[in-house]
Design a protein around this ligand. Structure first.
Ligand code: NAD
Length: 321
């Protein structure tokens, strides 16, 4: 069995590696070759922690396994990240444990790859201004991966607590792109692409604030009750997602579906666009919205890539198990 610790991930796996892995597994999902098992997530009644499993199997790549972990709010005081996860991979032919892989950085990278993929396939080619809503831990990963997808010339950002916007500005400045903190009206009026990555439980961005032709990647809503944009926005957009069942239950689409503004059958799996089975954006005026809910198969895909790279480079640490 191979062990790849959390501290090894940064030198082993690049954002581009994760992008390719997630692109592959989304395509596999849309072909019906890869599927996620039901998610388990429980408040364990200790340390205020939320703990669970995300698992699945990809019959194309033979990635089988689970990501286990969750949220420990008291970790910061212990010098640890609040979100903790570990990925376990199993040999699909034998069931033997193939690898244990640190999942914290991989989770950030696979989530960033997901919104970046949506920009690759759905944003207008001439998109030049990107708007960021949210400036937490995950936001810098989302912005950094997004900047590789178009020739962006400006980043505009909004956060409920504006002092946090400095971390987005740092990413933009590092890439030689100007950054400006703006209000939501200006963000909607200027941005060609908008990424939302907050923990909000009420709509932040209104439908009227979004211009025709905008592409949105809504990435923060991954739990029942969370919401980042007005449900009316999904009614007027072409809606895409990683997994339709998750979008309608725990994703941004849950609210529009519950209000009868959107049907599950209106939502397109992004993998169908990757596979060429769906054209994606229909016109330059189309508003496209990607509801990125985060699936276990993404975790298995990037962890498999980490293992393959470690073996190929001769740095895999194997133990007799
Ligand atoms: P974080 O705690 O570091 O940052 C949270 C962000 O949300 C901050 O910008 C904060 O100011 C903002 N925020 C909090 N409450 C808000 C409110 N009521 N209104 C507006 N903004 C508010 O978290 P993070 O690690 O950056 O993750 C952000 C979100 O993304 C979380 O909700 C997390 O669950 C989700 N997430 C989704 C995926 C996925 O695959 N879709 C993966 C990882 C994280």
């Amino acid at each position: 069995m191979i062990i790849i610790s959390e501290r090894e991930i940064a030198t082993l796996v690049s954002p581009a590696d994760c992008f390719a892995a997630v692109e592959g597994v989304f395509a596999s999902m849309a072909k019906g070759k890869a599927y996620n098992f039901p998610v388990v997530r429980e408040a364990i009644g200790h340390a205020d922690a939320l703990y669970g499993f995300k698992s699945g199997f990809d019959r194309e790549s033979l990635a089988l396994g689970l990501k286990s972990g969750g949220f420990w709010p008291g970790n910061v005081e212990k010098g640890l990240t609040n979100h903790q996860s570990t990925i376990f991979l199993f040999d699909a032919d034998t069931g033997c444990c193939r690898a244990i892989v640190g999942g914290n950085l991989l989770t950030a990278l696979r989530t960033a790859a997901s919104s970046a993929l949506s920009i690759k396939y759905l944003a207008r080619p001439e998109a030049r201004v990107i708007g960021m809503i949210g400036a937490g831990h995950q936001s810098t990963f989302q912005l950094s991966a997004a900047l590789d997808q178009r020739r962006f010339e400006k980043v505009v950002g909004w956060n409920i607590e504006p002092s946090a916007l400095g971390r987005l500005e740092s990413v933009a400045v590092e890439r030689g792109i100007p950054f400006e903190a703006v209000d939501l009206d200006r963000l909607g009026a200027e941005a060609d692409v908008i990424i939302t990555i907050t923990s909000s439980f009420a709509p932040i961005l209104k439908a009227a604030q979004v211009r025709p032709g905008t592409h949105l990647a809504c990435m923060g809503t991954d739990t029942k009750g969370k919401q980042e944009v007005e449900a009316e926005l999904l009614a007027k957009a072409s809606v895409f997602t990683d997994e339709i069942a998750q979008a309608t239950s725990i994703g941004e689409a849950q609210h529009a579906v519950a209000q009868g503004l959107l049907a599950a059958t209106d939502i397109v799996a992004i993998g169908s666009v990757i596979n060429g089975a769906h054209p994606g954006r229909r016109s330059p005026e189309d508003i496209t919205l990607f509801d990125g809910t985060g699936v276990g198969l993404q975790d298995l895909a990037v962890a498999s890539t980490a293992v393959d790279l470690a073996i190929a480079r001769g740095v895999a640490r194997e133990i007799d198990f």
